[in-house]
Write a protein that binds this ligand. Structure first.
Ligand code: AMP
Length: 623
């Protein structure tokens, strides 16, 4: 209730919200301006921030381009591809660990953590540092405006734990998540495909730095459904770079032993040089790989032609088309039934990739927008819609994977089927299997497979306090509720006796509230001051917006407030004014909370007015 009221009061300014593409390689923010989504970029820069963090031995961590540049000199303290770790456990990522020059472990409670200078940091905290940087740059670029609310995108296949981890990262960064949406849905929104009258079938081919995601969506009456997703979490531009690195390795084979070649500094320099060459080859028929490794006395140079590069990566492009084939067959569609093809991700700038995808689907793909920016732009469209901007459509999305409960024998009883439109809820009945059983253990799983062991466990919980009764008599109703972000809440109730218990499922590899609080509390010492200053600035702006809205609306609705509510509100407004510029986080928080409560009667009166106008005289509570 409080949210609706505050939105009314804030009279949300759509330009003050943003969409964030939190990417594996790069992250980017966009907002809505002058009737269209635009990328937020400092003057003369691309706006794209490498999702890389370097931790110097002393001093503050460095996020973005500088961190990426320093990776060569300090590979084991430079963290990249954090997205691959979000919401995952050690078992999920074990095969990937060889790709990372920094140590990753799992805590006793199942959280992944990276060891940096002896300090254990979770992927959520690392991602939050990237989000803070995106946010800071956005604020500075927007002339000091604070933008604490955002829509954040995730891959369509992200399960609940991964979405939750993303949400937690935003929370740690002090950003209020308006909605988490699927990247292919965002890309389709950026191209305005939601506004094509007849809807249709859309393929989003997203080849980024580290991952390939192929999604087939159907769009019908403003509802995007994910019909199928396929892809490879270990196939992307980095692999194309690696293909070029083989040229370097071969070129250096006579000069260096295998051991010398494993030098992390050399590897990183070679990788960056290969990437530069690959990017040049998208624009030129020929380019050079060139790099220096001073401590090894190496200055490597080699010309590469586009044809040579295309031959090197042809098998990798074939592999991406295999994923397209798989997604098509999973969705029961033929390539010719696809109406729109959208290209996303920096690697779709490669002419050979475009040509092969076009030939495969027999349809010219959308490439008008910058493929690095499409997802952020679409997220900004969604943020604009949610902030009450134009586009009188309700955007709905669907859950990507079925949600269920493990039953006796290890099979899965699905409670909510994949592709259900969110928000949604469903209830499933369970019972006891032993006489006098007073507790039931539940394992909540997500996935399409029949056996729980093959699905992803989101968490376990136990319903206790069931009165002793014969086996099969207890009636336990388990209700799953998936909110608009695709996040799950579960409640359980023993119905024959009315005994009930509400249970929160804590994702296995996620943070519980206490974790988040602790992390916020301890925060990374080096980031804390910045963080508090940022939070205080955000709160100051939020408080200012609330105050102005209260002042504006109070004049209109003063007569409708009872004297006590009016006095409370005026007192809270006076308190808010007195601390608005104080910069004190605690004072601002207290003032914001008081004003939020004290302004509720005003919001109710305003809503009543709006409803009365709309419903010609009926009171809201009569509707
Ligand atoms: P993304 O994850 O979408 O940010 O994509 C990053 C990937 O796109 C990296 O592997 C980049 O090397 C690659 N990339 C960016 N620009 C180009 C380009 N012009 N040609 C080829 N690859 C590119």
């Amino acid at each position: 209730m409080g949210y609706i009221e505050l939105d009314v009061l804030n009279n949300a300014d759509p330009s003050l919200v943003m969409g964030i593409d939190l990417g594996t390689t790069n992250s980017l923010a966009a907002t809505w301006r002058d009737g269209r989504p635009v990328v937020i970029r400092p003057e003369g820069a691309s706006g794209s921030i490498p999702s890389v963090i370097r931790f110097p031995p002393d001093g503050k961590p460095v996020v973005g381009r500088k961190a990426r540049e320093q990776a060569v000199a300090d590979p084991s303290h430079t963290i990249f591809s954090i997205k691959r770790f979000m919401g995952r456990g050690l078992d999920d990522v074990r095969d990937d660990l060889a790709d990372f020059p920094f140590p990753v472990s799992e805590s006793a409670d199942g959280l992944l953590q990276v060891d940096i200078h002896g300090r254990l940091i979770t992927p959520q905290e690392l991602s939050s540092m990237i989000l803070m940087r995106v946010h800071d740059i956005a604020c500075r670029t927007q002339g000091g405006a604070q933008i604490p609310r955002a829509v954040i995108t995730v891959p369509a296949y992200f399960d609940d734990a991964q979405r939750q981890a993303t949400r937690d990262a935003a929370r740690l960064a002090g950003i209020e998540v308006m909605r988490i949406i699927n990247e292919p849905t965002a890309a389709s929104l950026a191209y305005g495909l939601d506004r094509t009258a007849e809807g249709g079938k859309i393929v989003v081919y997203d080849l980024g730095g580290g991952t390939l995601d192929v999604s087939i969506l159907s769009l019908e009456k403003g509802v995007f459904r994910v019909l199928a997703t396929a892809g490879d979490t270990r196939l992307g531009g980095d692999d194309l770079d690696r293909a070029l690195v083989t040229l370097i390795t071969n070129g250096l084979a006579e000069q260096l032993s295998t051991e010398d070649m494993a030098d992390p500094g050399l590897q990183q320099a070679a990788r960056l040089a290969a990437e530069r060459c690959k990017i040049d080859l998208s624009a030129h028929p020929e380019a050079e790989i060139s790099f220096i490794v001073p401590h090894r006395g190496i200055h490597f140079r080699r010309q590469v032609t586009r044809e040579e590069f295309e031959e090197l990566v042809s098998a990798l492009i074939d592999k991406t088309l295999d994923s397209c084939r798989l997604a098509l067959s999973d969705s029961g569609l033929e390539a010719r039934e696809i109406d729109e093809v959208v290209l996303v991700g920096g690697s779709t700038r490669i002419p050979a990739v475009r040509a092969r995808v076009e030939a495969f689907f027999g349809r010219e793909p959308h490439t008008e927008l910058n493929p690095d920016e499409v997802v952020a732009l679409g997220a900004a469209v969604q943020a604009h819609i949610l902030a009450g901007g134009s586009r009188d459509m309700l955007l709905l999305d669907v859950i990507p994977l079925s949600l269920g409960i493990e039953t006796m024998g290890g099979s899965v009883s699905k409670v909510i089927l994949r592709n259900s439109t969110i928000p949604c809820q469903a209830t499933e009945g369970f019972t006891t299997y032993a006489d006098n059983q007073t507790g039931v253990d539940f394992n909540v799983v997500q996935g399409e497979r029949e056996l729980a062991a093959d699905c992803r466990s989101l968490g376990n919980f136990r319903l206790t306090g069931i009165p002793p009764m014969p086996a099969g008599m207890a009636r336990v109703a388990v209700r799953f509720f998936v909110d608009a972000d695709g996040l799950l809440r579960v409640t359980a109730r023993e119905e024959s006796t009315g005994h009930s218990a509400d249970i929160e499922v804590h994702p296995k590899h996620g943070l519980c509230d206490a974790d988040v609080d602790r992390m916020l509390e301890e925060s990374l010492e080096f980031a804390r001051e910045d963080y508090e200053a940022g939070m205080a600035a955000n709160l100051g702006t939020e408080l200012g917006t609330m105050l102005r809205a209260c002042e504006r609306n109070l004049e209109a609705a003063r007569a409708e407030l009872d004297p006590e509510s009016l006095a409370d509100l005026e007192e809270a407004m006076a308190a808010a004014r007195s601390v608005a510029d104080s910069g004190s986080l605690a004072a601002l928080q207290a003032a914001r909370d008081s004003l939020e409560v004290a302004s509720m009667p005003l919001a109710a009166a305003l809503m009543d007015d709006v409803a009365r106008a709309a419903l010609s005289g009926k009171k809201l509570d009569e509707v």
